[in-house]
Design a protein around this ligand. Structure first.
Ligand code: MN
Length: 422
């Protein structure tokens, strides 16, 4: 089902030579047209978006593209979006004839004129914990007298069910949450979090429905993925520390989660695969995954305070540091028979490298606040995020010398709302 667009393919659309959205990428997003408020859905090329819905309206029936733009997360979305991308490639390729080009020009709109993901929410949000270096760092910090990884870590993908209502596309600002914390030996207090953090993650949008009781193999789980995005799993560390035992994260995570708007299809990442971190001991057969198991996607985090003119890179990482693949995570999810829903979003867990400067959270970058980051432009320091800070995640990979980008997920920290009761 997956379709690779040849490395030497060219488009007739005017795009910058260094764009992260060349014709070999064609990532997908649903949207509203800002002026007409009409819904649509389409594929990004350069600074344009090809609207599939307009194409189908303007075309004879035989040329229609089979994608429901009013409600994108319909049955077989993963297969349909892959097929639609293949069609859009043919339409935008320099091989397309003049008739096709003339019709397609009517479908190309500037990306900035669209409200991406307006009115579209995930069905479910799940966050895994597959970044092994992050899990090890957290273990070293919070359980210094024990081995960094808990005994189950290398046997199953750890995860928790999150909250869908606060999963937002890039550009929605994050409001500093209130929460209950326990400072030192004192009594618990209710306060805006003092330890607001980000988590550098990737996410997979699910594009199939399964039945209650159905289990997916790892191979079938790969076909369940409609596309990948960057995810920032905002976290309130002081709230988390107090509330997480014995059931795991709750309000420390659910106030907001951000994702990048352009869903990069697995089709565009063929050629970006790399061997995963060796899995020792070998996983149980239902989790066994042939190599290559991982992707070589470079990840970057920037921070810009309200006083800064330019963002500063504070971390660089790579998706190859995930211990469990997305397919393994999904196969594990369904192993008890819970149904997958088209439109579920599953995130990877924080993706840290092994060296300082490659960590995917402030918690690790500042080693629990003991080693503040200096922002060179203004001399400000940070242990956790302050009001007015803008935090941005970016990701890209190179396939046959061509840049396949994920765009960005960016948000600014707003001060806490007045509380209802203190
Ligand atoms: Mn997380």
């Amino acid at each position: 089902m997956r379709f690779t667009i040849p490395a030497n393919a060219k488009t007739w659309v005017e795009i910058d030579s260094d764009t992260e959205f060349p014709i070999q990428n064609l990532p997908f997003a649903p949207f509203f047209h800002a002026e007409s408020e009409q819904p649509g859905a389409g594929f990004r090329i350069g600074n344009y978006v090809f609207d599939v819905m307009t194409w189908t309206e303007l075309s004879p029936e035989r040329d229609a593209i089979d994608l429901n733009c009013f409600s994108i997360f319909q049955e077989e979305f993963a297969a349909k979006v892959s097929e639609a991308r293949k069609r859009v490639y043919q339409i935008l390729s320099e091989e397309a004839n003049d008739t096709v080009r003339a019709r397609a020009r009517e479908c190309l709109v500037p990306a900035e004129s669209l409200e991406l993901w307006a009115g579209v929410e995930p069905r479910t949000f799940v966050d895994f914990y597959s970044g092994i270096h992050h899990a090890s760092n957290v273990g070293r910090m919070f359980r210094p007298d024990q081995p960094p990884l808990l005994p189950n870590y290398r046997h199953l993908p750890i995860g928790y069910h999150g909250r869908a209502s606060s999963v937002m596309p890039s550009g929605f600002d994050v409001i500093r949450p209130w929460g209950q914390i326990k400072p030192g030996d004192g009594d618990p207090i209710f306060t805006p979090t003092r330890e607001l953090d980000f988590e550098l993650e990737m996410g997979a949008w699910i594009g199939i429905d399964t039945d209650l009781g159905e289990q997916l193999s790892v191979a079938d789980a790969q076909d369940a993925i409609a596309g990948f995005v960057l995810v920032n799993d905002w976290s309130a560390r002081d709230v988390q520390r107090w509330e997480y035992q014995p059931l795991g994260p709750f309000l420390a995570k659910s106030f907001m989660t951000s994702f990048s708007e352009w869903m990069v299809l697995p089709d565009a990442l063929i050629g970006a695969e790399v061997s995963g971190i060796p899995q020792e001991p070998a996983p149980l057969p239902y989790l066994s995954h042939p190599e290559p198991r991982s992707y070589d996607i470079q990840l970057e985090v920037t921070l810009q305070s309200a006083r800064m003119q330019n963002p500063q890179v504070i971390a660089q990482s790579n998706s190859k540091y995930l211990y469990w693949s997305f397919a393994q995570q999904i196969a594990h999810m369904t192993s008890n028979g819970t149904p997958l829903c088209c439109g579920d979003l599953y995130a990877s867990g924080t993706i840290s490298g092994e060296e300082p400067g490659t960590f995917g959270s402030m918690l690790e970058l500042t080693w629990r606040g003991t080693q503040p980051i200096t922002l060179a432009e203004t001399g400000e320091t940070r242990t956790f995020l302050e009001d007015g800070d803008t935090l941005t995640l970016r990701g890209w990979t190179m396939v046959n010398g061509i840049k396949i980008g994920f765009g960005e997920v960016s948000a600014t920290v707003l001060s806490a709302n007045p509380a209802v009761a203190r």
